[in-house]
Design a protein around this ligand. Sequence first.
Ligand SMILES: Nc1ncnc2c1ncn2[C@@H]1O[C@H](COP(=O)(O)OP(=O)(O)O)[C@@H](O)[C@H]1O
Ligand SMILES: [Mg+2]
Length: 239
Amino acid sequence: MLCIKNISKSFIQRGLVLNNLCIDVNEGDSIAIMGPSGSGKTTLMNIIGLLDKPDNGEITFRGASIANFNDDESAVYRNRNIGFVFQDHLLLPHLTVSENILLPLLAAKYSSDELALKEQHVIELMKKTGISDLADKYPFRISGGEAQRVALVRALANNPSILLADEPTGSLDAKNADILGELLLEMNREFGITLILATHSSDLAKKMTRILQLGEGKLIDLTHPPSGRGDEFRKCILE
Ligand SMILES: Nc1ncnc2c1ncn2[C@@H]1O[C@H](COP(=O)(O)OP(=O)(O)O)[C@@H](O)[C@H]1O
Ligand SMILES: [Mg+2]
C-alpha cells in the first residue's frame, strides 16, 4: 500500500536523522515505530504524512509516486488519505467538541449528501469512543483522555485509509492510554484503517502486528518481514 524506499533526512544542526531507510506497509497493517527520544520517529511520521519532505528517497501510495507532490497536492492527499493524532490533542479551544470534529469535513467541501453521510459516520464514531455526551462541551471542560478520543474521531472523520499517531498515549495516564490503545486497534480491525504509530510504550506497541525499532537512522523489524520478500526487506533495513 505504502512503500517507502531509501528515505534520508538530515537537519543542519543535527546531521543525518534518517539514513536510507525503507518500510513496506500493507493494507490493514498495524505498525508500531519504537525508538528513544530524538531517534527520528516524528521526522519519519511527518515524512509519511507529507508534512515534511525527505532529502532523498521514494514514497509510493497504492502504486503512485507521492514524494514529489507540491504543497497543494500534498494537502489534497493528506485530506483524502491520512488522519493524524498527535501527543497533544490540539483541539481548538474556542470550538465545541463536535465543531472540532466536523471542521475537517467542512474544509473538504463535500456536497450536502456526502456531508450528511460523513456526519452519520462521525456520530457512530463518537458513540464507539464514548464521547457522544461531550458534543457541546468546550475542550477545557473535558479530561485529557476524553480530549485524545475527540482527536481520534476528528482524525477519522474523513474516512482516511491511514491513521498516523505520534505518541498518542504520551500524555495519558495508564488507564486512558489503555482505552485509547484499544480504540486505535478497534478502528484498525473494524474499518481496516492502516495504523502506524510512534510510541515509547511497549504495552501499546505489543498490541500491533508489527514492531519496528528506529535507531541510528535505520529501522529494524522486530517482528517479522513481510512474507515472500524477507531477504530483500531485511537487506534493505539492515544495510
Ligand atoms: N525541524 C527540525 N530542525 C532541526 N532539527 C530537528 C527538526 N526536527 C527534528 N530535529 C532533530 O532531529 C532529531 C530527531 O527528532 P524527532 O524526529 O523529533 O525524534 P523523536 O520523535 O524520535 O523524538 C532530534 O535530534 C531533533 O532535535
Ligand atoms: Mg517525537
